[in-house]
Design a protein around this ligand. Structure first.
Ligand code: XIL
Length: 479
């Protein structure tokens, strides 16, 4: 195993990777044109078929990746052909990165990061604080030594990958299964108490302020005691200003435990707390139509929740799935597309217009869809929604405007109504700097509500990047 300290890590690959990132992010007034040229010149910009279909909906579609398979041509071809995001399956876990205290092995994680960057894929970091795949030395520490070791681990790992990770699973699987809603026993919980989760998030924010910070867990995909315990923690964090940006739902399903009927409602209740939600490790045991239907529900549920920013399946092919006997993925062992693959692609293509109405009945008759593109290439998106009030409907079509290093413009054209309201959810840490041709209000720091101000249906906004260029999601409603 290659092991080297932070000070002693290989320079060239770091410099090469950072350079690429800067090249992609480097904004000038001509950034869109420059990106277009790069793509024409054959520079890797493909984010894959599923990835592109998701990008057209303003989402990413990713997969877990194992560094050990990147040398297999069929594996890498399938990865590059289909996906727009990756999560290292094991390479960023504590037992790989810091098997021995304060000796860091970033090699396998770096391999995945380099590959992802060469394909312009997003990267989810997985995971910083987890009771599993945790080296023995950690559980042997005293409380104060463990506190220091946890903070050091978070800080060193996030600093190494600073600016390269879209979202980190800061804490993974901290809650017990079943009805207790209690925290799971772990060295962290048992020695540091429940406050370790808050400390981990605060330490993470300080280490890489531009990475989204997620809590990630399983059996939380529907409304149940465990997901409600997580919900209460997130609510408390938001109320007290503890930094948290997103909640990951692993999405490991099987015929006995399929996607729950309240899946979408559960995602929505978390989103309503002011966090993004993501499906982070999806796989569904089974085959054929039953498996495909579960995948369809997941995709449609995510698309119907404007703050559901992406879906990751837990592997490229059934051959290398952590539960390969369950054939839970979208490509079979020979990289052939399964019925589930076709279902996912169809659901991504069909848009987000599932009929809404929350279980609380607060918005009965509402249906909405959202879509946007990223500044990394796609240049248009649409969004539409209809209120139950007057039966009208409207669409907001969004295209890229000028770009600068620190900010970018989007142009919006509303059609179908003159009495519209467009809500834009601005992905943190981006901020709206200015708008034109609308009456703008801001219900919260990450939301813009636009109404006509007599200037017609063409309007726009300038967004400050703060290190991120993901477009907001736009929802149009009539009143
Ligand atoms: C799994 C990997 O897929 C396996 O290769 C490894 O042996 C064990 O971990 N929840 C998580 C993931 O958060 O990290 C786990 O990944 C699957 C369950």
């Amino acid at each position: 195993m290659i092991s080297y300290s932070l000070r002693n890590r290989p320079g060239p690959s770091r410099r090469r990777r950072s350079g690429l990132r800067i090249a992609i992010a480097a904004g000038t007034a001509g950034a869109v044109a420059a990106i277009g040229l790069m793509a024409t010149a054959g520079s890797a910009h493909a984010v894959g078929t599923l990835g592109n279909a998701a990008a057209a909906q303003g989402r990413y579609f990713g997969t877990a990746v194992a560094a050990g398979h990147l040398g297999e041509t069929a594996y890498t071809n399938a990865l590059d052909a289909e996906f727009g995001a990756v999560t290292p399956e094991n390479e960023m876990k504590w037992d790989t990165i810091e098997a021995n205290q304060n000796s860091f092995n970033f090699g396998p994680g770096d391999q995945i990061v380099a590959h992802a960057q060469s394909q312009n894929m997003k990267i989810r970091g997985h995971t910083l604080v987890w009771y599993s795949q945790l080296p023995g030395w950690v559980s042997g520490l005293s409380a104060s030594a463990l506190q220091s070791a946890m903070n050091n681990h978070i800080t060193q790992v996030m600093t190494h990958y600073k600016g390269e990770i879209y979202a980190w699973d800061v804490v993974n699987e901290a809650f017990q299964d079943g009805g207790s809603g209690a925290r799971r026993s772990s060295p962290f919980q048992d020695k540091l108490g429940s406050g370790y989760i808050e400390t981990a998030f605060r330490t993470a924010r300080a280490a890489d302020p531009n990475a989204k910070l997620c809590y990630n867990d399983y059996n939380t995909d529907g409304v149940n005691a465990k997901s409600t315990a997580v919900y209460n923690m997130v609510k408390d964090f938001k109320a007290r200003g503890v930094p948290i940006d997103c909640v990951g739902f692993q999405g490991h399903f099987n015929p006995q435990s399929p996607v729950p009927g309240d899946f979408q409602a559960n995602l929505q209740r978390f989103a309503d707390l002011g966090v993004d939600v993501q499906m982070t490790e999806v796989d569904v045991a089974g085959s054929g139509t039953a498996q495909a239907n579960n995948y369809t529900t997941i995709v449609k549920g995510c698309l119907a929740v404007s703050r559901c920013t992406g879906i990751t399946v837990w592997g490229v092919t059934d051959k290398y799935s952590w539960r390969s006997g369950d054939t839970p993925l979208l490509l079979d062992g020979n990289y052939q597309k399964k019925a589930s693959y076709n279902a996912v692609l169809a659901a991504l293509g069909s848009g987000g217009g599932t009929s809404g109405g929350t279980s609380a009945g607060t918005s009965s008759g509402t249906s909405s869809g959202t879509s946007s593109g990223t500044s990394a290439g796609t240049s248009s998106g649409t969004s539409s929604g209809t209120t139950g009030g007057t039966g009208g409907s409207c669409t907001a079509a969004v295209t890229a405007g000028s770009q600068w290093s620190d900010r970018y413009n989007l142009n919006v054209t509303v059609s179908g109504s003159t009495n519209w309201t467009v809500t834009a959810n601005i992905p943190y840490p981006e901020k709206v700097l200015s708008t034109w041709n609308i009456s703008a209000t801001y219900p919260n720091a990450q939301q813009l509500v636009a109404k006509p101000n007599g200037s017609g249906n063409n309007w726009g906004l300038t967004i400050q990047k703060n290190g991120s260029t993901t477009w907001p999601t736009f929802t149009c409603t009539t009143s």
